[in-house]
Each structure stands twice: as structure tokens, then as C-alpha cells.
Design a protein around this ligand. Structure first.
Ligand code: SF4
Ligand code: FES
Length: 339
């Protein structure tokens, strides 16, 4: 602000010089210039003192200048400035952190100043940068795309980067804990190895009858808009694992392949380019896969991308029935699939 005061003085001088000239003309016209002269001198001295102080601050006293540029400012996590106009509010974040040594969750409360734009992830990063650097969090994109920041807020699995702190606090408090369906590693970080193994087990990917041709395809496999729309919603999965955490079957049967993997079975099963046919369905035609689903629907409720795994699983059940009815009629489209 010192520099702007200096500039203000220069601008004021530019205005005052013509003003003084005008006053001189006025004083000559009145033939009694003494009062006007005193007024001019007072204004000029005031301006000189004001400009001189600004000049000293900016060009001579470097310490003062540096102080003005490096004044302590409230910086949010990763340099984000809190929106002062929106008004801040202190929120108590009741964090349940997984203690690796003691193998148990421990409740630690933290206070975070939040405005209406602060997300749960912002609050956690602010705790990590300003209160406890040992806090372990997993995140990447901060915009609901990478699927890394899944955790449980007030008992519901959510993406921390898409969950508002103020919106979800009750009486100035919010509860944050790690997801429970995945093995706990540290604090809020969970192990996704099993999740990815289950995803791989359904063989995600396009399979063609002629694998040699697929490896060296002469051109792309064309699709109509309708054919693409059939599987598109299932392709929006970001593998955040929230559906797995919400699913009561996953939480009671660790072998259950789960809603995420099953929704991806449906994604490839509906793809007109895929030729795996009933072989794809056979992989999940058991009690630890499609037939383990009790249609609680919790998976679809928490999915941040609207994938609707519950609907996918019921559709798979229906297609399996159709396949059973077609047994012996040789109608399966994957009869000659090599992959
Ligand atoms: S189906 Fe939805 S909730 Fe489940 S992993 Fe994919 S994006 Fe996440
Ligand atoms: S940080 Fe990427 S989805 Fe939240």
C-alpha cells in the first residue's frame, strides 16, 4: 500500500499544479493574495510530507518495502486465498485416524476456519500444512476425477474434494474417517490392492473373436450413437471405491467381487465391439459375484459419477437368465472367442 501512496502523491501533484495556477489568477483578480498564498503553502507542504513518506518507504527504506510486500497473509492450502467476503466460520473436524502401530482408529479433533467454498479435502490439507504434518491423506486432482480422495464423512462414503465442509457440518462439527471396506494403511489412507485385483478379475477390456486382427486392426471399430450410449454411463467409473464401502455384502463377504467390478462387466458386455459374449457373464455367474448382490442399492446412492452399479447387476442377472434359456441353441455371441 506504500507504493500506491507514493503514486497517489504524484497524481495529486499533477492536479494541484494547475489548481495553484488557477488560485493565483483568482488571488490577482481579488488583489488580496496573502490568504490564498498561505493556503497554497500549507497544501504544498502537506503534499511534500505525504509524498516524501511514500518515497522513503518504497525507494529508500527497503526493509519497509519488503515488509509491505511480504506481510503475513492468511494462505489456504496450496496457496489458495480464503474468500474473506464469504465469511469464515470455525468448524471442528472430528478426525478418526488409523494408528498403524496400535491397529486402531483414534479420534483427534481439529479446528479449521472454513468459508462456503472450503471442501473437506481443503480442511484436511489445511490441518496437514498448519497443525499436523504427519496426517496421511491420498488425493490428486481435487476435482472429482482421479477417485483418490474417498473417505467417510458423517457416516457416508464421499469424495473429500467434492464435499463442502460447512454444508456437511452439524452444530459446528463434522466427522471424517477412512473407508472401512478397504484395508487401512495409515490415518485416512486405505489399501486398494484387493479392489484392483477384483477389477482385473472380470477381465476388463474389449475381446474380439479374431485376436490376431484385433492386435493389428486395419481401422477403428465403428459404433452408432445408440450403441455407444448403451454402455456410456458405466464407463464413467473413476474407481474411487465408494460403492464398495457402502455395499453391505462387501462388508460381510470379503470374497464378494463387489459393485464396481460388476458394473464394469456390464460396461463391456453392452459394448457392441465386444465379442466375449456369455464367457464374460460366466466369470461372474456365482455367489461371490452377481448372485451375491442383495440389491441394497447403497452402491448407486453413493456413486459420485452416477454409474448405478445396482442397476448394472440386476441387468446382468436378467441377461444371465436369457443365456440359460438359450443354452443348446448356439446363440451365444462369444462361441469362438479366443481371448
Ligand atoms: S461405480 Fe461409482 S462409486 Fe463405484 S468405484 Fe465407480 S465411480 Fe466409484
Ligand atoms: S482428489 Fe481426485 S477425486 Fe478427489
Amino acid at each position: 500500500m506504500k507504493a500506491s501512496r507514493y503514486m497517489l502523491s504524484l497524481y495529486a501533484a499533477m492536479i494541484l499544479v494547475p489548481l495553484f495556477l488557477a488560485l493565483d489568477v483568482f488571488a490577482t483578480a481579488l488583489s488580496s493574495p496573502a490568504g490564498i498564498r498561505i493556503l497554497e503553502i500549507l497544501i504544498a507542504v502537506g503534499l511534500l510530507v505525504y509524498a516524501g513518506m511514500g518515497y522513503l518507504e518504497v525507494f529508500v527504506n527497503k526493509k519497509g518495502s519488503a515488509k509491505s510486500l511480504n506481510r503475513p497473509v492468511e494462505i489456504g492450502p496450496h496457496g489458495r486465498m480464503p474468500d474473506k467476503k464469504a465469511g469464515g466460520q470455525d468448524i471442528e473436524v472430528e478426525l478418526r485416524r488409523f494408528n498403524m502401530e496400535k491397529k486402531r482408529l483414534e479420534l483427534t479433533p481439529y479446528k479449521v476456519n472454513a468459508n462456503r467454498f472450503t471442501t473437506v479435502l481443503d480442511a484436511l490439507l489445511s490441518i496437514k500444512s498448519g497443525q499436523d504434518s504427519s496426517l496421511a491423506i491420498r488425493y490428486s486432482c481435487r476435482m472429482g476425477i482421479c477417485g483418490s480422495c474417498g473417505m467417510v464423512v458423517n457416516g457416508k462414503p464421499v469424495l473429500a474434494c467434492e464435499t463442502g465442509l460447512l454444508d456437511n457440518s452439524k452444530d459446528g462439527k463434522i466427522e471424517v474417517e477412512p473407508m472401512q471396506a478397504h484395508p487401512l494403511l495409515k490415518d485416512l489412507v486405505t489399501d486398494f490392492d484387493d479392489f484392483f485385483e477384483k477389477h482385473k478379475s472380470i477381465e476388463p477390456g474389449l475381446y474380439r473373436k479374431n485376436t490376431a486382427e484385433q492386435r493389428k486392426a486395419a481401422s477403428e471399430y465403428k459404433q452408432s450413437k445408440e450403441e455407444r450410449d448403451a454402455y456410456l454411463p458405466y464407463s464413467y467409473c473413476i474407481m474411487c471405491g465408494l460403492c464398495m464401502d457402502a455395499c453391505p455384502v462387501v462388508n460381510s463377504n470379503p470374497k464378494f467381487v463387489g459393485p464396481q467390478a460388476l458394473s464394469q462387466v456390464q460396461r463391456y458386455h453392452l459394448d457392441s465391439r465386444d465379442q466375449k459374449g456369455e464367457k464374460r457373464l460366466n466369470v461372474v455367474d456365482n455367489l461371490d459375484s452377481v448372485w451375491g448382490c442383495e440389491f441394497a442399492g447403497a452402491c448407486s446412492e453413493v456413486c459420485p459419477k452416477g454409474v448405478d452399479p445396482a442397476a448394472a447387476i440386476q441387468a446382468l442377472k436378467f441377461d444371465m437368465f436369457k443365456e440359460y434359456l438359450n443354452v443348446g441353441k448356439g446363440k451365444g455371441k462369444g462361441d469362438e472367442v479366443q481371448g
